[in-house]
Design a protein around this ligand. Structure first.
Ligand code: SF4
Length: 203
């Protein structure tokens, strides 16, 4: 992607009081995270293919204290871990789409990813590959839906989009995109930190 577009996006994000950065690759993004979030922080991760691809958990397993339910945890333990996310020092996730004018678009199923992004943790870190950047809101909404369809297909969810790759605004129990959130501005300067990576990451 043209670097001038990335720079323009970063400039626009900073005007919206998001701390925005550029990292050449996943390794640089991880180094930046190490500078932005102190060792020993209590953190949670929103379950992101991007973070998985760059090796976020492996790199910081011994440096951060992760809020997460134990493997095989029951519903009550899962619920407690999700609620604990709101008191994390830092919450990590990716973006479904970012427009050149600096807005961040997300969709979620249970909202356990978007809710702590909006409110709670002192710091939110969004890591997004350059492939998440799009020209305008229309393209962002198209990208978000395409991502939801792909997610459903990969996970074999019982949704119509898993079958044909198109959104039907379905009303089925396993619908994966129930909540749409747009971050337009951060009332708290710098609470939301965005690292745009100069390579394609996630879906
Ligand atoms: S609304 Fe339904 S069909 Fe559309 S992307 Fe979401 S899960 Fe798929």
């Amino acid at each position: 992607m043209d670097r001038t577009i990335i720079d323009e996006t970063i400039r626009n994000m900073r005007e919206r009081q998001f701390d925005a950065y550029y990292a050449e690759n996943g390794e640089e993004a991880l180094n930046l995270i190490g500078e932005l979030v102190p060792d020993g922080s209590r953190v949670a991760s929103g379950g992101s293919e991007t973070l998985r691809e760059i090796g976020f958990a492996e790199r910081f397993r011994d440096r951060f204290s992760f809020i997460e339910a134990a493997p095989g945890a029951g519903p009550d333990e899962m619920k407690a871990a999700m609620r604990e996310r709101f008191s994390a020092d830092a919450f990590f996730l990716s973006a479904n789409a970012i427009t050149y004018d600096g807005r961040i678009f997300q969709e979620d199923g249970a909202s356990t990813r978007v809710a702590p992004m909006i409110y709670g943790p002192d710091t939110v870190v969004i890591v997004a590959g350059q492939n998440k950047l799009v020209e305008n809101e229309t393209k962002a909404r198209q990208r978000v839906k395409a991502t939801a369809c792909e997610n459903c297909r990969r996970r074999s969810f019982a949704t119509p989009c898993a079958e044909d790759g198109h959104c039907h605004d379905c009303r089925v129990p396993r619908r994966s995109c129930c909540t749409s959130v747009t971050l337009n501005f951060s009332r708290i300067p710098g609470r939301i930190k965005v690292i745009i990576v100069g390579e394609d990451l996630g879906i």
